[in-house]
Design a protein around this ligand. Structure first.
Ligand code: DLL
Length: 430
Protein backbone atom coordinates (compact mmCIF):
# COMPACT_ATOMS: atom_id res chain seq x y z
CA UNK A 1 0.00 0.00 0.00
CA UNK A 2 1.30 3.43 -0.92
CA UNK A 3 0.55 6.97 0.14
CA UNK A 4 1.76 8.34 -3.21
CA UNK A 5 2.69 5.42 -5.40
CA UNK A 6 4.18 7.50 -8.21
CA UNK A 7 7.00 9.00 -6.17
CA UNK A 8 7.63 5.93 -4.00
CA UNK A 9 8.29 3.57 -6.93
CA UNK A 10 9.83 6.15 -9.26
CA UNK A 11 12.70 4.89 -11.46
CA UNK A 12 16.21 5.63 -10.21
CA UNK A 13 16.95 7.75 -13.31
CA UNK A 14 13.89 9.90 -12.81
CA UNK A 15 14.61 10.18 -9.07
CA UNK A 16 18.14 11.36 -9.77
CA UNK A 17 16.86 13.89 -12.28
CA UNK A 18 14.52 15.31 -9.63
CA UNK A 19 17.32 15.29 -7.07
CA UNK A 20 19.64 17.25 -9.31
CA UNK A 21 16.98 19.81 -10.11
CA UNK A 22 16.12 20.23 -6.40
CA UNK A 23 19.79 20.39 -5.41
CA UNK A 24 20.56 23.14 -7.91
CA UNK A 25 17.52 25.07 -6.81
CA UNK A 26 18.46 24.69 -3.12
CA UNK A 27 22.01 25.86 -3.82
CA UNK A 28 20.81 28.95 -5.66
CA UNK A 29 18.55 29.92 -2.78
CA UNK A 30 21.31 29.38 -0.24
CA UNK A 31 23.83 31.33 -2.28
CA UNK A 32 21.61 34.36 -2.68
CA UNK A 33 19.66 34.30 0.62
CA UNK A 34 21.93 32.98 3.36
CA UNK A 35 25.12 34.99 4.00
CA UNK A 36 26.71 32.07 5.86
CA UNK A 37 26.45 29.80 2.81
CA UNK A 38 27.33 32.60 0.42
CA UNK A 39 30.60 33.03 2.29
CA UNK A 40 31.24 29.29 2.34
CA UNK A 41 30.80 29.13 -1.44
CA UNK A 42 33.13 32.08 -1.91
CA UNK A 43 35.72 30.43 0.33
CA UNK A 44 35.97 27.56 -2.16
CA UNK A 45 35.42 29.76 -5.20
CA UNK A 46 32.18 28.11 -6.25
CA UNK A 47 29.12 29.56 -7.98
CA UNK A 48 25.70 27.85 -8.11
CA UNK A 49 26.10 27.17 -11.83
CA UNK A 50 29.21 25.10 -11.16
CA UNK A 51 27.04 22.30 -9.76
CA UNK A 52 26.12 20.30 -12.86
CA UNK A 53 25.73 16.75 -11.58
CA UNK A 54 24.87 14.96 -8.35
CA UNK A 55 28.53 13.96 -8.01
CA UNK A 56 29.41 17.64 -7.85
CA UNK A 57 27.94 17.66 -4.37
CA UNK A 58 31.36 16.58 -3.18
CA UNK A 59 32.66 20.02 -4.09
CA UNK A 60 30.22 21.67 -1.68
CA UNK A 61 31.09 22.63 1.89
CA UNK A 62 29.81 20.64 4.85
CA UNK A 63 27.46 21.99 7.49
CA UNK A 64 28.13 21.00 11.10
CA UNK A 65 26.29 21.30 14.39
CA UNK A 66 28.68 24.06 15.35
CA UNK A 67 27.59 26.01 12.27
CA UNK A 68 24.02 25.76 13.52
CA UNK A 69 25.03 26.91 16.98
CA UNK A 70 27.13 29.78 15.68
CA UNK A 71 24.25 31.00 13.53
CA UNK A 72 21.73 30.68 16.35
CA UNK A 73 18.99 31.84 16.42
CA UNK A 74 17.95 33.09 12.96
CA UNK A 75 21.20 33.08 10.96
CA UNK A 76 20.44 30.18 8.60
CA UNK A 77 17.01 31.26 7.41
CA UNK A 78 16.61 31.20 3.64
CA UNK A 79 13.27 33.05 3.73
CA UNK A 80 12.09 36.22 5.49
CA UNK A 81 11.28 35.57 9.17
CA UNK A 82 7.62 36.32 8.47
CA UNK A 83 7.31 33.15 6.40
CA UNK A 84 8.30 30.93 9.33
CA UNK A 85 5.44 29.32 11.21
CA UNK A 86 7.16 26.91 13.58
CA UNK A 87 10.32 26.54 15.65
CA UNK A 88 11.80 23.31 16.96
CA UNK A 89 15.07 22.93 18.79
CA UNK A 90 17.43 20.12 19.48
CA UNK A 91 19.61 20.29 22.53
CA UNK A 92 23.02 18.76 22.52
CA UNK A 93 25.18 18.06 25.49
CA UNK A 94 26.85 21.46 25.44
CA UNK A 95 26.10 25.06 24.61
CA UNK A 96 23.16 26.58 22.77
CA UNK A 97 20.48 24.39 21.28
CA UNK A 98 20.12 24.12 17.51
CA UNK A 99 17.14 26.05 16.16
CA UNK A 100 15.20 24.57 13.24
CA UNK A 101 12.51 26.52 11.40
CA UNK A 102 9.58 25.41 9.29
CA UNK A 103 7.52 27.36 6.79
CA UNK A 104 3.94 26.28 6.14
CA UNK A 105 5.20 24.35 3.14
CA UNK A 106 7.88 22.62 5.25
CA UNK A 107 5.24 21.53 7.76
CA UNK A 108 3.14 20.07 4.95
CA UNK A 109 6.15 18.36 3.45
CA UNK A 110 7.23 16.78 6.74
CA UNK A 111 3.67 15.55 7.32
CA UNK A 112 3.64 14.11 3.80
CA UNK A 113 6.77 12.09 4.57
CA UNK A 114 5.30 10.73 7.81
CA UNK A 115 2.15 9.80 5.91
CA UNK A 116 4.28 7.77 3.48
CA UNK A 117 5.97 6.08 6.45
CA UNK A 118 2.78 5.13 8.27
CA UNK A 119 1.00 3.81 5.19
CA UNK A 120 4.14 1.83 4.31
CA UNK A 121 3.72 -0.16 7.54
CA UNK A 122 0.09 -0.97 6.79
CA UNK A 123 -1.72 1.80 8.70
CA UNK A 124 -5.39 2.10 7.69
CA UNK A 125 -8.03 4.71 8.46
CA UNK A 126 -9.36 2.80 11.47
CA UNK A 127 -5.96 2.82 13.22
CA UNK A 128 -5.46 4.76 16.45
CA UNK A 129 -2.00 6.15 17.19
CA UNK A 130 -0.96 6.85 20.77
CA UNK A 131 1.82 9.37 20.43
CA UNK A 132 4.07 8.91 23.47
CA UNK A 133 6.93 11.14 22.34
CA UNK A 134 7.47 14.52 24.01
CA UNK A 135 5.35 17.38 22.67
CA UNK A 136 7.10 20.72 22.59
CA UNK A 137 10.38 21.92 21.18
CA UNK A 138 11.38 18.32 20.38
CA UNK A 139 10.29 17.33 16.88
CA UNK A 140 9.38 13.76 17.84
CA UNK A 141 5.73 14.19 18.75
CA UNK A 142 4.47 17.13 16.70
CA UNK A 143 5.94 16.08 13.36
CA UNK A 144 4.48 12.58 13.79
CA UNK A 145 1.19 14.09 14.94
CA UNK A 146 0.70 16.19 11.82
CA UNK A 147 1.67 13.27 9.57
CA UNK A 148 -0.76 10.89 11.25
CA UNK A 149 -3.54 13.47 10.96
CA UNK A 150 -2.72 13.82 7.29
CA UNK A 151 -3.33 10.09 6.90
CA UNK A 152 -6.61 10.69 8.69
CA UNK A 153 -6.21 8.37 11.65
CA UNK A 154 -7.12 9.16 15.24
CA UNK A 155 -4.13 10.52 17.15
CA UNK A 156 -4.00 10.45 20.94
CA UNK A 157 -1.51 13.18 21.96
CA UNK A 158 -0.51 11.37 25.14
CA UNK A 159 3.07 12.61 25.41
CA UNK A 160 5.45 10.54 27.52
CA UNK A 161 5.25 9.47 31.15
CA UNK A 162 2.55 8.45 33.60
CA UNK A 163 2.75 4.89 32.38
CA UNK A 164 -0.38 3.70 34.16
CA UNK A 165 -2.40 6.40 32.45
CA UNK A 166 -0.81 5.39 29.14
CA UNK A 167 -2.03 1.84 29.63
CA UNK A 168 -5.47 3.10 30.62
CA UNK A 169 -5.61 5.15 27.39
CA UNK A 170 -4.70 2.05 25.40
CA UNK A 171 -7.45 0.10 27.14
CA UNK A 172 -10.12 2.79 26.94
CA UNK A 173 -9.60 3.94 23.37
CA UNK A 174 -8.23 0.79 21.75
CA UNK A 175 -4.91 2.25 20.56
CA UNK A 176 -3.49 0.14 17.73
CA UNK A 177 -0.16 1.95 17.15
CA UNK A 178 2.38 3.46 19.53
CA UNK A 179 5.09 6.02 18.88
CA UNK A 180 7.81 6.14 21.51
CA UNK A 181 11.51 5.78 22.25
CA UNK A 182 12.94 2.26 22.59
CA UNK A 183 14.03 2.91 26.17
CA UNK A 184 10.51 3.97 27.14
CA UNK A 185 9.10 0.96 25.28
CA UNK A 186 11.29 -1.32 27.39
CA UNK A 187 9.98 0.32 30.55
CA UNK A 188 6.38 0.17 29.32
CA UNK A 189 6.72 -3.56 28.64
CA UNK A 190 8.12 -4.05 32.13
CA UNK A 191 5.23 -2.15 33.76
CA UNK A 192 2.67 -4.11 31.75
CA UNK A 193 4.33 -7.33 32.81
CA UNK A 194 4.37 -6.35 36.49
CA UNK A 195 0.66 -5.46 36.36
CA UNK A 196 -0.28 -8.75 34.75
CA UNK A 197 -1.37 -7.07 31.53
CA UNK A 198 -1.01 -9.35 28.55
CA UNK A 199 -1.04 -7.00 25.56
CA UNK A 200 -2.13 -9.75 23.17
CA UNK A 201 -5.15 -10.46 25.37
CA UNK A 202 -5.96 -7.14 26.99
CA UNK A 203 -5.06 -4.50 24.39
CA UNK A 204 -5.60 -3.84 20.66
CA UNK A 205 -1.99 -2.97 19.83
CA UNK A 206 -0.69 -3.99 16.40
CA UNK A 207 2.49 -2.01 15.88
CA UNK A 208 4.88 0.49 17.41
CA UNK A 209 7.25 3.00 15.84
CA UNK A 210 10.50 3.28 17.75
CA UNK A 211 13.18 5.85 17.14
CA UNK A 212 15.05 8.93 18.40
CA UNK A 213 17.79 6.80 19.93
CA UNK A 214 19.78 3.75 18.91
CA UNK A 215 18.62 0.26 19.73
CA UNK A 216 19.54 -3.18 18.51
CA UNK A 217 17.76 -5.92 16.61
CA UNK A 218 17.84 -7.90 19.88
CA UNK A 219 15.82 -5.17 21.59
CA UNK A 220 13.30 -5.16 18.75
CA UNK A 221 12.85 -8.93 19.04
CA UNK A 222 12.55 -8.78 22.81
CA UNK A 223 9.91 -6.04 22.63
CA UNK A 224 8.00 -7.69 19.80
CA UNK A 225 7.74 -10.82 21.92
CA UNK A 226 6.80 -8.98 25.11
CA UNK A 227 4.21 -6.75 23.47
CA UNK A 228 3.03 -9.13 20.74
CA UNK A 229 3.27 -6.46 18.03
CA UNK A 230 5.35 -5.44 15.01
CA UNK A 231 8.02 -2.87 15.74
CA UNK A 232 9.27 -0.55 13.03
CA UNK A 233 12.44 1.45 13.18
CA UNK A 234 12.15 5.18 12.53
CA UNK A 235 15.14 7.44 11.94
CA UNK A 236 15.31 11.18 11.83
CA UNK A 237 16.91 14.25 13.34
CA UNK A 238 15.63 17.70 14.13
CA UNK A 239 17.95 19.27 11.57
CA UNK A 240 16.11 17.24 8.86
CA UNK A 241 12.51 17.81 10.12
CA UNK A 242 12.65 15.22 12.93
CA UNK A 243 11.04 11.82 12.36
CA UNK A 244 10.20 10.73 8.80
CA UNK A 245 13.68 10.82 7.24
CA UNK A 246 13.95 7.02 6.99
CA UNK A 247 11.49 4.36 8.05
CA UNK A 248 11.04 0.64 7.74
CA UNK A 249 8.47 -0.93 5.45
CA UNK A 250 6.63 -4.11 6.34
CA UNK A 251 9.70 -6.23 5.50
CA UNK A 252 11.63 -4.57 8.36
CA UNK A 253 14.91 -4.95 6.57
CA UNK A 254 16.44 -1.47 6.66
CA UNK A 255 14.81 1.95 6.55
CA UNK A 256 13.78 3.60 3.28
CA UNK A 257 15.21 7.08 3.11
CA UNK A 258 13.00 9.49 1.18
CA UNK A 259 15.52 10.44 -1.44
CA UNK A 260 13.35 12.99 -3.21
CA UNK A 261 13.65 15.02 0.03
CA UNK A 262 17.10 14.06 1.28
CA UNK A 263 20.29 13.47 -0.63
CA UNK A 264 22.30 10.91 1.28
CA UNK A 265 26.04 10.41 1.32
CA UNK A 266 27.87 7.87 3.47
CA UNK A 267 31.38 9.10 4.20
CA UNK A 268 34.42 7.79 5.95
CA UNK A 269 34.38 10.07 9.04
CA UNK A 270 38.17 10.37 9.02
CA UNK A 271 38.87 11.04 5.35
CA UNK A 272 35.46 12.53 4.37
CA UNK A 273 35.59 10.34 1.25
CA UNK A 274 32.50 8.33 0.19
CA UNK A 275 32.55 4.66 1.20
CA UNK A 276 31.20 2.00 -1.17
CA UNK A 277 27.54 1.02 -0.77
CA UNK A 278 27.16 -1.62 1.93
CA UNK A 279 30.01 -0.22 3.99
CA UNK A 280 29.52 1.69 7.21
CA UNK A 281 30.25 5.38 7.41
CA UNK A 282 28.88 8.69 8.64
CA UNK A 283 25.52 9.69 7.19
CA UNK A 284 25.66 13.13 5.59
CA UNK A 285 22.37 14.63 4.46
CA UNK A 286 21.34 17.49 2.20
CA UNK A 287 17.76 18.77 2.24
CA UNK A 288 16.22 18.94 -1.23
CA UNK A 289 12.75 20.32 -0.53
CA UNK A 290 13.26 22.52 2.52
CA UNK A 291 12.11 26.08 2.15
CA UNK A 292 12.73 27.79 5.52
CA UNK A 293 16.10 26.40 6.46
CA UNK A 294 17.75 24.19 3.83
CA UNK A 295 20.97 22.51 4.94
CA UNK A 296 23.84 21.37 2.74
CA UNK A 297 25.84 18.24 3.49
CA UNK A 298 24.89 18.12 7.15
CA UNK A 299 27.22 15.93 9.21
CA UNK A 300 24.80 13.83 11.25
CA UNK A 301 27.59 11.93 13.06
CA UNK A 302 25.36 8.86 12.81
CA UNK A 303 27.02 5.70 11.58
CA UNK A 304 25.14 3.35 9.28
CA UNK A 305 25.39 1.82 5.82
CA UNK A 306 23.30 1.77 2.69
CA UNK A 307 21.74 -1.61 1.96
CA UNK A 308 22.69 -2.18 -1.67
CA UNK A 309 19.84 -4.19 -3.22
CA UNK A 310 16.31 -3.08 -4.00
CA UNK A 311 13.56 -3.87 -1.54
CA UNK A 312 10.87 -6.50 -2.04
CA UNK A 313 8.20 -3.88 -1.31
CA UNK A 314 8.88 -2.24 -4.69
CA UNK A 315 9.93 1.14 -3.34
CA UNK A 316 12.97 2.45 -5.16
CA UNK A 317 14.21 4.75 -2.40
CA UNK A 318 17.36 3.30 -0.88
CA UNK A 319 17.43 1.71 2.54
CA UNK A 320 19.82 2.43 5.37
CA UNK A 321 20.74 -0.03 8.07
CA UNK A 322 20.03 0.41 11.73
CA UNK A 323 22.12 3.28 13.13
CA UNK A 324 25.15 1.60 14.59
CA UNK A 325 26.01 4.52 16.85
CA UNK A 326 27.16 8.09 16.71
CA UNK A 327 30.71 9.06 15.92
CA UNK A 328 30.79 10.93 19.23
CA UNK A 329 29.16 8.13 21.29
CA UNK A 330 32.22 5.99 21.04
CA UNK A 331 34.33 5.67 24.17
CA UNK A 332 37.67 4.03 24.76
CA UNK A 333 38.47 1.53 27.51
CA UNK A 334 41.97 0.11 27.68
CA UNK A 335 42.64 1.40 24.21
CA UNK A 336 39.63 -0.38 22.67
CA UNK A 337 36.93 1.59 20.84
CA UNK A 338 33.50 0.71 22.17
CA UNK A 339 30.00 1.82 21.12
CA UNK A 340 27.18 1.63 23.70
CA UNK A 341 25.19 -0.19 21.01
CA UNK A 342 27.49 -3.19 21.16
CA UNK A 343 26.76 -3.59 24.86
CA UNK A 344 23.03 -3.18 24.37
CA UNK A 345 22.98 -5.80 21.62
CA UNK A 346 24.71 -8.36 23.85
CA UNK A 347 22.59 -7.66 26.93
CA UNK A 348 19.24 -7.77 25.16
CA UNK A 349 20.09 -11.12 23.60
CA UNK A 350 20.69 -12.81 26.98
CA UNK A 351 17.82 -14.69 28.61
CA UNK A 352 17.25 -13.45 32.15
CA UNK A 353 18.29 -9.85 31.41
CA UNK A 354 15.41 -7.44 32.09
CA UNK A 355 14.82 -4.08 30.42
CA UNK A 356 17.25 -1.53 31.78
CA UNK A 357 21.00 -1.05 31.89
CA UNK A 358 23.67 1.64 32.27
CA UNK A 359 27.35 1.83 31.47
CA UNK A 360 29.54 3.59 34.02
CA UNK A 361 33.02 4.68 33.03
CA UNK A 362 35.18 5.07 36.13
CA UNK A 363 38.78 5.31 34.97
CA UNK A 364 40.66 4.83 31.72
CA UNK A 365 40.60 1.07 32.28
CA UNK A 366 37.48 0.59 34.36
CA UNK A 367 33.98 0.17 33.08
CA UNK A 368 31.00 -1.16 35.00
CA UNK A 369 27.89 -2.44 33.25
CA UNK A 370 24.91 -2.17 35.59
CA UNK A 371 22.10 -4.34 34.36
CA UNK A 372 18.66 -5.16 35.70
CA UNK A 373 17.77 -8.82 35.57
CA UNK A 374 14.51 -10.67 36.05
CA UNK A 375 13.12 -10.81 39.59
CA UNK A 376 13.24 -14.66 39.69
CA UNK A 377 17.01 -14.49 39.97
CA UNK A 378 16.73 -12.93 43.42
CA UNK A 379 15.12 -15.99 45.00
CA UNK A 380 18.19 -16.76 47.13
CA UNK A 381 19.86 -19.16 44.68
CA UNK A 382 23.30 -17.56 44.56
CA UNK A 383 24.70 -20.06 42.07
CA UNK A 384 22.05 -19.24 39.53
CA UNK A 385 22.82 -15.55 39.98
CA UNK A 386 26.56 -16.02 39.63
CA UNK A 387 26.11 -18.18 36.54
CA UNK A 388 24.11 -15.41 34.89
CA UNK A 389 26.71 -12.85 35.90
CA UNK A 390 29.53 -14.82 34.36
CA UNK A 391 27.48 -15.49 31.19
CA UNK A 392 26.91 -11.73 30.80
CA UNK A 393 30.57 -10.94 31.49
CA UNK A 394 31.81 -13.55 29.00
CA UNK A 395 29.45 -12.47 26.23
CA UNK A 396 30.35 -8.82 26.73
CA UNK A 397 34.03 -9.67 26.68
CA UNK A 398 33.76 -11.54 23.41
CA UNK A 399 31.93 -8.59 21.81
CA UNK A 400 33.95 -5.64 23.13
CA UNK A 401 37.26 -7.38 23.83
CA UNK A 402 37.65 -5.97 27.32
CA UNK A 403 36.26 -7.48 30.51
CA UNK A 404 33.84 -5.12 32.22
CA UNK A 405 32.70 -5.25 35.83
CA UNK A 406 29.11 -6.46 35.78
CA UNK A 407 26.63 -5.49 38.47
CA UNK A 408 23.28 -7.29 38.55
CA UNK A 409 20.34 -5.29 39.83
CA UNK A 410 16.69 -5.92 40.60
CA UNK A 411 14.15 -4.56 38.12
CA UNK A 412 13.26 -0.95 38.87
CA UNK A 413 16.64 0.01 40.34
CA UNK A 414 18.06 2.16 37.55
CA UNK A 415 16.52 5.49 36.56
CA UNK A 416 13.70 5.07 34.05
CA UNK A 417 13.55 6.98 30.83
CA UNK A 418 10.45 8.39 29.20
CA UNK A 419 12.37 10.07 26.39
CA UNK A 420 15.94 9.49 25.35
CA UNK A 421 17.82 7.35 27.84
CA UNK A 422 21.21 8.26 29.25
CA UNK A 423 23.03 4.97 28.88
CA UNK A 424 26.60 6.06 29.51
CA UNK A 425 27.65 7.77 32.73
CA UNK A 426 31.16 9.02 32.28
CA UNK A 427 32.84 9.70 35.63
CA UNK A 428 36.35 9.93 34.22
CA UNK A 429 38.21 13.19 34.39
CA UNK A 430 39.19 13.28 30.74
O1 DLL B 1 15.31 12.21 17.66
C1 DLL B 1 13.98 12.88 15.76
C2 DLL B 1 13.16 11.65 15.88
C3 DLL B 1 12.04 11.65 16.66
C4 DLL B 1 13.48 10.50 15.16
C5 DLL B 1 11.26 10.53 16.75
C6 DLL B 1 12.72 9.37 15.23
C7 DLL B 1 11.60 9.38 16.04
P1 DLL B 1 16.97 14.69 17.57
O2 DLL B 1 16.52 14.88 18.96
O3 DLL B 1 17.54 15.83 16.84
O4 DLL B 1 15.78 14.19 16.67
O5 DLL B 1 18.01 13.49 17.60
C8 DLL B 1 18.53 12.99 16.41
O6 DLL B 1 18.84 10.79 17.37
O7 DLL B 1 21.07 12.02 14.90
C9 DLL B 1 20.46 9.89 15.94
O8 DLL B 1 21.70 9.97 16.59
C10 DLL B 1 19.39 9.56 16.94
N1 DLL B 1 18.33 8.74 16.32
C11 DLL B 1 17.16 9.14 15.83
N2 DLL B 1 16.45 8.08 15.37
C12 DLL B 1 17.23 6.98 15.55
C13 DLL B 1 17.09 5.58 15.28
C14 DLL B 1 15.06 13.02 16.80
N3 DLL B 1 16.01 5.07 14.75
C15 DLL B 1 19.49 11.88 16.70
N4 DLL B 1 18.13 4.79 15.60
C16 DLL B 1 20.04 11.25 15.44
C17 DLL B 1 19.25 5.28 16.16
C18 DLL B 1 18.43 7.42 16.15
N5 DLL B 1 19.43 6.57 16.45
Amino acid sequence: MFWQEEIEVISREELQRIQLYSLQETIRRLYYNVPFYNQKFRDVNLKPDDIKSLEDIQRLPFTTRDDLRENYPYGLLAVPREKIVRLHTSSGTTGKPKAIFFTKKDIDQSAELIARCLIMTGVKSDDILQNMMTYGLFTGALVMHYGAEKVGILVIPAGPGNTERQIALMQDFGSTCLHLTPSYALYLAEVMDSKGIVPQRDLSLRRAYLGAEPYSEETRIKLENMLGIDIYNSYGLSEMNGPGVAFECKYKDGMHIWEDNFLIEVLDPDTDEPVPEGQEGEIVLTTLKREGMPLLRYRTKDIAKIIPDTCRCGRTHKRISRIFGRVDDMFIVRGVNIFPQQIERVLMGIKGVAQNYQIHLEAYDKMTVKVEIEQDFFDGNIEKLLALKSRITEKLKSEILVTPQVELLEPGTLPISEGKAQRVIDNRNL
